[in-house]
Each structure stands twice: as structure tokens, then as C-alpha cells.
Design a protein around this ligand. Sequence first.
Ligand code: TMP
Length: 200
Amino acid sequence: MKPLFIVLEGPDASGKSTQLKLLSERFTALGIPHITTREPGGTQIGQDLRRILLDPRRSMRPLTELFLMVADRHEHVETVIRPALREGKWVISSRYTLSTLAYQGYGRGMDLKLLRELNELATSGLDPDYVFLLDLPPQVAYERTRGRDRFEGEGLAFFTQVRAAYLSLIRSVPRGYVIDATKTPEEVCREILAHLPLPG
Ligand code: TMP
């Protein structure tokens, strides 16, 4: 079976890291070779970029932020995601191209066409096989994350915008699913697994 590239999207505190862990445990039990990874920060360079990007004491021009996200993605795709898929490993990533459209596009008001072109350039057109949007009401996301990093410092209006963006964007993603992230982690994991073609 061709290895699958699976992406989890959603605001901070929607449980993406918890799901990475639960899915990984499940895949191990099923004997599926896989890696879990994230953006920004899935490579060594990415870890440095992530520190710069999320530092709440740092302010940054929107275009600078965009270039750093795209640089992180390019490095991630070429040195982590593609090699893993080539070796037959499934890849589960917390965040990918949809994050840029939601945060830089709808959140920061940058041109979606430009963002899609940069995503295409950074990934050479590598699209995920499945995208799961862990959806939370903005108020819940905001309360759970207040002050955690530079993005969470943006306030409730920003969360509201990003949520609406995600819900609209996911509709045009092939095999893109909205998952209610207010449910327990186990329920969320079960729902995700139910969409996947698992061996056995
Ligand atoms: P997280 O990895 O803890 O979810 O945080 C990463 C932050 O970076 C999150 O607030 C969303 C933001 N982000 C963007 O703005 N654009 C992107 O393309 C990506 C990958 C993340």
C-alpha cells in the first residue's frame, strides 16, 4: 500500500499534538511504519525558524513571517516528508499549507493567490492525502491559549477569523474532514481513524 501523507490542522490547543501521539500509537500497533512531524519546526533549521516566529517579544512584518513559514515548509518537505514517503513511511504532520492560507491569508489579509503560488513553490506540488481540521469554537481556542505565543497574542477576533477561514478552506480540500475538537482525545482519534484506509 502507498504510504499516506496525513495533515492535522486547527488552532493551537485544538489537540493536534495529542492526536499525533494517539495516531502514532495506533499506527505502531497496526504495524504501519510512520513518522510524526510538525510545521513550523520539523527540521533543524525549522526549529530555529520556529523560535523566531513564535517569540512573543518579537514583532515582524507580515511578509517576513510568510517567507519564514515558507522556508520552513520547503526544508521540511524536501528533507523530511518526501524522504519518509519514499522509504514507505506514512507521514502525520501537525500543520501544512492550509495553515498559511488560514493565518497569513485570512488572518493577516495577504493575497491568497500569492500564498498558493508560494505553497506550490515550497512543496513542488506535494499535497496531503488526508487533512483533518480539528475544529474549536474561537472562544474556547482563545481561552485555552491566551498569551502562549506571538500568534495567540492576537486576540479573539483573530481566532474568529482563522476559524472561519479554516471552515471555508477545508471545503475545497480533497479528503479534507472537519472533526469536532471539543470531544475527548480518544473520540477525536477514533473519528480520524474511521476515515483512513487502514490495513487489516
Ligand atoms: P503550533 O505549531 O503550536 O500550532 O503553532 C504554530 C503557529 O504558527 C500557529 O499559531 C499558527 C502559525 N502558523 C502560521 O501562521 N502559518 C503557517 O503556515 C504555519 C505552519 C503556522
